[in-house]
Write a protein that binds this ligand. Structure first.
Ligand code: FES
Ligand SMILES: [Fe+2]
Length: 408
């Protein structure tokens, strides 16, 4: 199911927070840190290190609503099958003969064996390796050999109808696959919640034509830190001039506005981020749609709770979706997209250079994340202090985690 894009009729119920403007003209939002005592962390340190807390968050955060699960291009062709794990559950991403992308639980309906643990390409059917039951790409049961203990016997139609692969609610938006393990896929409109969630972001990005995305490159990063630190570091605009000095002058790095799109989409905007910071490519890439002049220089940075980290400029779109693997391990799947008009050889060097610049920024964060994780084992880690002038956006994220996981 491809999510409808463009302005939505759904009215968001979220009331945006109050804003103040700094002396330099940047927006700071009000939020959870207002009036909070100094030196008391919003989320307990054990939530970053404990196995029990990690397991609980897998259920309470990752299996309780819409989450990023992967990329549509991972199963580009009919018959492409790719295993994933979301909220601890093994899933299968499948591209059907009808080109529709579907998500199923990765468990054979006979004895529950995982159908594959590697990406595979099949012709028309996915076969279980145990007793050779096979499934059509739409999940329905195709063949269960010797079903009645004789040659050429098959399950009766009413049995067959009940033994298809179990579907998972899923939707594709902007090249990404989202799933919801808590939604009933048989519900009439299971993706309505995602549509509602993304409506204000789609409105903000209405000038971007996400149908034109072309994958420039992708790369995985294996990070030895808790998934929440990955998000918090992404939302931390304060560290930019200190850790990533190559992106531009201190003034350009500090020129950022807090933006709370809604409670599950938080981040910021560098109003002149694309111009005030160092040019990423010598050759100008084509815009990703009909970008108004006022947005040509801006860079948006948003986390779609809990695990899609999005960067958008006029000419490129970067996604970091991630899988929480262990309390102290997270695997990021970074993908960089450009407009399809930049897919050809003539733009090859510019695409390569853009990705190198973005990889370098991400690599600079790896030792920081490692040390943030180490620090969470200190008794001082429950007495940290988020600064209201900088960290309200991070606090919004932490508050959502605390709500979902019950850290109150
Ligand atoms: S477990 Fe799959 S066919 Fe038996
Ligand atoms: Fe960083």
């Amino acid at each position: 199911m491809t999510l409808r894009t463009g302005p939505s009729a759904v009215q968001p119920s979220f009331t945006p927070p109050a804003e103040t403007v700094t002396g330099a003209g940047n927006v700071v939002v009000a939020g959870p840190l207002d009036g909070r005592p100094i030196g008391r962390s919003l989320i307990p340190a054990r939530a970053y290190t404990g196995q029990a807390e990690f397991d609980h968050e897998q259920r309470a955060v990752f299996a309780s609503g819409w989450v990023w699960a992967g990329y549509a291009h991972w199963v580009a062709q009919p018959g492409d099958v790719r295993p994933l794990t979301v909220g601890g559950s093994p899933l299968l991403l499948v591209r059907g003969d009808d080109h529709v992308l579907r998500v199923f639980h990765n468990a054979c309906r006979h004895r529950g064996m995982a159908l594959t643990e590697e990406p595979i390409q099949v012709t028309q059917r996915i076969q279980c390796a145990y007793h050779c039951w096979s499934y059509h790409l739409d999940g329905s049961l195709a063949v269960a050999p010797y079903f009645k203990r004789e040659r050429r016997t098959h399950p009766d139609q009413d049995v067959r109808d009940q033994l298809g692969l179990l579907p998972v609610a899923s939707a594709v938006w902007a090249g990404m696959v989202f799933v919801n393990l808590a939604a009933d896929p048989a519900d009439g409109d299971p993706e309505s919640g995602l549509r509602e969630l993304l409506a204000p972001l789609q409105q903000r990005w209405g000038h971007i034509d996400f149908e034109r995305l072309h994958l420039a490159q992708e790369r995985d990063f294996d990070i030895d830190a808790n998934w929440k630190l990955v998000v918090e570091n992404f939302l931390d605009f304060y560290h930019l001039p200190f850790i990533h000095p190559q992106v531009g002058s201190v003034a350009a790095s500090l020129d950022v506005d807090d933006v709370i799109v809604e409670r599950d989409i938080v981040g910021g905007c560098y109003p002149r981020g694309a111009a005030g910071k160092a040019a990423k490519t010598e050759q100008q890439l084509p815009w990703l749609g009909d970008v108004p002049a006022a947005k040509l220089e801006s860079q948006d940075i948003f986390c779609v709770f809990p695990n899609a980290l999005l960067f958008l400029e006029a000419d490129w779109f970067q996604v970091i979706g991630f899988d929480p693997i262990a309390p102290d391990r997270t695997v990021e799947h970074m993908a960089v997209f450009v407009d399809r008009a930049a897919a050809g050889e003539d733009y090859g060097p510019a695409r390569k250079r853009l990705c190198e610049v973005l990889y370098e920024v991400n690599e600079q964060d790896l030792p920081i994340l490692h040390k943030l994780q180490t620090g969470r084992r200190s008794p001082a880690a429950d007495r940290t202090y988020l600064v209201p002038q900088w960290d309200q956006v991070t606090a919004y994220f932490q508050e959502r985690v605390a709500d979902k996981a019950g850290y109150r």
